[in-house]
Structures are given as C-alpha cells and as structure tokens.
Design a protein around this ligand. Structure first.
Ligand code: GAP
Length: 446
C-alpha cells in the first residue's frame, strides 16, 4: 500500500510543472499566448491519449451494446437551429461601463464590476457558438458553426448507425472529438477553455426505461473515475436544479471533482428524452424513428447521455496524482497516476552514459517497448533521471548497470510509489513488469 501525502496542490504549481515537463503549453506562446487555448506537449499528449483510450475501451471495446463513430466538426447549419443551440445556447453577459471587462451575470457575487467597482450593463444573451463560413463566398446562407458538442453528430447519424450495426434497443453510440465554445469567462488552466475535447455517448432506449438507465450511467461514470484511481472522497454527484437544466434535458446530474479551487464539473449525465431525434425529424422531414420488432411498433427512442470532458478529466487525474514528499535536497515530486493512464509505464535507464552499458540497455528497451509504453532515457545523472520520471508519473524505472553487463544479465526495477528496488533477470523482465503494474493497479483502487 502506498502512503500518500495527499497534498492539495495549487493550480499554479500544476501549470508550472506541466510546462516544465512537457504536459501542457499555452497556445501560440511565442506571440504572447491566446486566451484559454492550450497545447499538449510530448508527455501530456500521452496522458490524454491514455485517458481517451481507457474511456473508449470501457465504452466500446468491452461492450456489445455500444458502437463508435467519428463525425465531422462542421455540420449543416440547420442542425444547430433544430437542436436549439442557435436560440438557447447562450450565457447572460454583462459589461463594465468603466473598464469594459465582461462577466457572466449568473456568476457574479456583487452587483458592481469585480475589477474596478464600475457600473454594469443590463445582461444580454451571448451565444457561445463560434460562427464561421463554408465555401469561398461569405453570405448569410454560408454561415455555420464549429460544433459546441459532439452529440449532434450522433443524433443525425442515428438511422445510419442503427441500420448498419443492426443494434437493438437499448444501445449506444460513442464519440470522442473536439468541441468549441466562445466562453465568456474561461479559466482555471485547462478547466474551461474555448477549444476542448469531449467523450460523449448517447444511449438510446425505450421511454420508461430512461430513468433507471440515467441512474445506471451515473454509477458507471463514478466507477470509471474511481477505477482509474481518482480518490473517492474527491468525487461526488450533484443533481441539477430545475432552473439549471440544459434546454434539452428532463434530468441532469454532474459528476464533480474537488479541484484545488473547489468542486467542479467533470461530466454531465442527462436524460435528453426524445428531444433531439424529434427536433431533427421535424426540421429535416426525415423519419428518425426505430422499429421495435419485439413490440411490433415504431417510435422515437429516448436517450441518456453521459458527456465527459477529456481535458477536464486529464486535469483531475493530474491534480489528484500530484504528491510531494521530503524537504530540501530530499524533496521528491511524484505523480501517482494509475498505470493505465500514466504517460509511460516504464523507462529504461542505463546507470550512466558509459559506452559499455548502452548496447545492453538498448537491447532491454527493444525487448519491452512493444509490450509496454516505455521511454529510453540516458541524459543526466541517474538521480536526476529518477526525479524526472517521478515527476511525469512513470510507473517503473528499469536500470541497467555494470553488474548487468559483467555479471548477472539482470536489471533493477524501481517502483515509483514505494521507491523499492528489485533485481530480476532480463529474460524474466516482461513478467516481472506486468506483476508490478498489476500490484500498482490494485493499490490505486484501494
Ligand atoms: N452534449 C452535452 C454537453 O455538451 P455539457 O455539460 O455542456 O454537456 C459536457 O458538456 C462536458 O464537456 C462537461 O462536463 C465538461 O467536462 C466538458 N466541457 C464543457 N465545456 C467545456 C469548456 N469550455 N472547457 C472544457 N471542457 C468543457
């Protein structure tokens, strides 16, 4: 069992570690940066891919009732009129008459400007969709939008997917992809941004089964986060009040995580009823119903939607994994990721940059790199390399030393969490790594 210090990390600490170690960089930094858009670096992209992969595995690969799609970001502008986003996807915006800062009226603590105390304008509805034009000529009919949610690509493909996959209700369609919202008050690092990635699944069912399925998907999500190591005490479910429900929802609940600044939403699980399919059927004139062979009747299904943010999940995993121990020279920062999402499962390190060690270390790396997500690291002293690997959350370090080459053809495996080291023959290395990773997986869930 790992004894965690359970540090409450500050957001600035995470942001600076992210930059220093290659998790996240500000977009267009050389031009002074662009507001609330972020780029993932070499280590961050591995972490994010692992999180998305874990979601895809649990939603699509390991289930028979869910299939995936990858719809385009640009869609017919009628989609957004039918879905209600043109009319209803807006936040109330107020502006300070003195300093011209803008705020969301529903997030204000005081009736005056929080920046300079100036008088605020009356709220006006500000649509969050990014508008763009399709084709070479800008006219009112060329206007469309960058999608603000991936879900609509699923609804308009409902018949295509159902007829080609031959799925019977209840079944789901999952998708991971970019969404865009022109947020009035983005912030908190990658928590609220203008370009982000969503992991959404629409689970179609008969009316009457929707409420039980809503509860099922809330529990499923909580299990998913806990299974990947988020501490249970940092997670909670919050039901929406009637006045905060999205325009398409009969009931919604958020899975929230306790971020350094307080509780924040990771995911919303909504009961969208038959709102979207009916809206698209009405506007497009196409039949988007389902024929229930068992009941011998045709109807428009209901849908329950777990809608997760990939970037927010990554931020939660990052904040929860952060740990620091020791003081001064002994100080160690370590990201205690679940091994399934850690950027690297292992790193192979020659003890020093001695030419005697390199061929064996390369041979060891070649033996494991197709089996595990691994990195070869030979720059700087071994102590510094251990620190670096701890700071990016690499689960295990495999060290090749002079005994390996001259004596025993064995290597040392160092465990990130306990720093315990064991010596294993190279021929047994893959099995020994698997064994240690399994133990770390169990510890993460304990
Ligand atoms: N299809 C339903 C839907 O989009 P949502 O609650 O608006 O529901 C789902 O968004 C998830 O997408 C959120 O819980 C959050 O994790 C993520 N998300 C939404 N807006 C975001 C933003 N501006 N920046 C980062 N993530 C965002």
């Amino acid at each position: 069992m790992v004894n965690r210090n359970l540090h409450n990390v500050e957001m600035e600490t995470l942001a600076s570690l992210s930059k220093r170690r290659g998790f996240v960089f500000q977009s267009s930094e050389v031009y002074g940066g662009v507001g609330s858009v972020w780029d993932y670096g070499p280590v961050g992209v591995e972490l994010k891919r692992n999180v998305k992969e874990a979601w895809w595995r649990s939603m699509v690969r390991e289930r028979e009732d869910i299939v995936g799609i990858d719809a385009a970001i640009l869609m017919h502008s009628e989609v957004w009129a039918a879905s209600g986003h043109v009319d209803s996807f807006s936040d109330p915006l107020v502006e300070c008459r003195v300093c011209h800062r803008r705020f969301r009226a529903d997030e204000l603590d005081t009736p005056a400007c929080a920046q300079c105390g100036g008088e605020l304008t009356e709220p006006r509805q500000f649509n969050l969709m990014f508008e763009t034009n399709m084709g070479p000529v800008k006219t009112s009919s060329s206007v469309t939008y960058l999608r603000p949610e991936t879900a609509q690509g699923i609804f308009v493909n409902f018949v295509n997917v159902q007829s080609t996959s031959r799925k019977k209700l209840p079944f789901g369609i999952a998708q991971i992809g970019k969404s865009f919202r022109n947020e009035i008050t983005p912030g908190n690092f990658t928590y609220r941004t203008r370009e982000f990635e969503q992991m959404e699944m629409e689970y179609f069912c008969r009316e009457g089964e929707d409420e039980e399925l809503h509860r099922y998907w809330i529990e499923f999500s909580m299990d998913w986060y806990r299974g990947l190591g988020l501490r249970p005490g940092k997670l909670r479910v919050r039901e929406h009040n009637a006045d905060e429900l999205p325009h398409y929802s009969k009931a919604s609940a958020d899975v929230e995580f306790e971020f350094p600044w307080g509780w924040g939403e990771l995911e919303t699980i909504s009961n969208r009823t038959d709102f979207d399919l009916k809206a698209h059927a009405a506007r497009s004139g196409k039949d988007l119903s389902y024929f229930d062979e068992e009941r011998r009747e045709r109807y428009v299904p209901f849908v329950v939607e777990p809608a997760m943010g990939a970037d927010r999940s990554v931020l939660a995993f990052l904040a929860d994994a952060y740990d620091a121990e020791g003081e001064g020279k002994e100080r160690r920062v370590v990201l205690r990721f679940h091994p399934d999402i850690a950027p690297y499962e292992l790193a192979v390190l020659p003890l020093s940059r001695n030419e005697k060690l390199a061929p064996t270390a390369r041979r060891v790396h070649d033996a494991v790199r197709s089996l595990f997500r691994s990195q070869y690291d030979e720059t700087q002293s071994i102590g510094r390399r251990y620190r670096r690997q701890d700071e990016i959350g690499t689960a295990l370090c495999v060290t090749v030393d002079f005994d390996t080459v001259e004596k025993d053809d064995a290597v040392t495996i160092r465990n990130r969490d306990t720093m315990a080291q064991v010596r294993v023959p190279i021929e047994r290395l893959p099995a020994a790594i698997e064994d240690q990773l399994d133990r770390m997986r169990r510890d993460c869930r304990a």
